[in-house]
Design a protein around this ligand. Sequence first.
Ligand SMILES: *[C@@H]1O[C@H](CO)[C@@H](O)[C@H](O)[C@H]1NC(C)=O
Ligand SMILES: *[C@@H]1O[C@H](CO)[C@@H](O)[C@H](O)[C@H]1NC(C)=O
Length: 333
Amino acid sequence: MLQIGDEVVYFSVVFLLVVLVTRSATWATLLTAFLYVFMVMFRFPPVPADRAARVLRPRALFSGGGVPVVAHRGGSHDAPENTLAAIREASRNGATGVELDLSFTADGVPVLMHDETVDRTTNGSGPISKLQFVQLRRLNAAAHHRMKDRFNVEKVPTLQEAVEECIRHQLTIFFDVKGQPDMAVSVLHNMFKKFPVLYNSSVVSSFEPKVIYKMRQTDPHVITALTHRPWRLSRFGDGTPRSLSTWSQLWTGVLDVLLDWAHHRVLWKLCGISAILVQKDFISRDYVQYWAERGVEVVGWTVNTAVEKEYYQNLLKISYMTDSLLEDCDPHY
Ligand SMILES: *[C@@H]1O[C@H](CO)[C@@H](O)[C@H](O)[C@H]1NC(C)=O
Ligand SMILES: *[C@@H]1O[C@H](CO)[C@@H](O)[C@H](O)[C@H]1NC(C)=O
């Protein structure tokens, strides 16, 4: 969707600001023109809306009801997170998709892992970036799960094993990329080439605009999403400040405002995203409307109570990520 109105406003603001600062209409015109050309030349158009809709709204199109429900980390409450068992469990419990975290071992094997260390989820310890794949494979990814007796032993899956399991169960995949943009993008690109059905059934998402920009640069056919939580730099997910010093709190707060502005005004267009994954507390009907006007779907995370799910299903009518398909559980930020 073309946002002529938006663009006129933004470029006028830029023009006026530059006029005020430089007191030169020539400079203001040149700079504004430069910015405009930059945006036009370096942005990636989004994938066609009908293909994005097939991926982001599978249920609406195929079974006529309900919003899509995505199992966060494969559904970390119902099964050990980021494992093949979680993928199977999510499918059995009626999820339309899963969100999975991409990580790499010391020898560069792409695997599923959320944290930087293996301590929380497995019986091993230390950073995953220091473990060889064979070492990681010996660990039990169900070791600390609340239902470890039921799941007994689960391996940390490779990315490809997870992709194959999802394709088998016809689940939409949200690949969450945290770091290592170059490696992640190249690995994902190869995965799309190997399993072309992923173009019709997956989304690459990240908090890092750089990852998304690179992904679209490498393969413009991939459907992408930016992940966003306002105040992410200055505050933890539960709202408590990250830093003890007033100055750094203030500074990260300023960066947060800029980042929020950039996500809503510039980055989405530059990257050509099809969806934005937003922390649930910041989503309202107006917010969903804002993005709908720009052809972007909002997905809420992490929606973990029956009351909230009902709100998404019946009022917002948008897709959400949850840790459990079965019962209420504590939030994850
Ligand atoms: C972790 O659990 C697995 C499976 O029970 C076991 O084979 C392995 O030796 C354990 N590793 C450590 C470091 O405890
Ligand atoms: C993706 O979906 C479109 C439309 O349904 C179809 O024509 C195309 O063959 C599909 N591609 C793959 C790789 O499944």
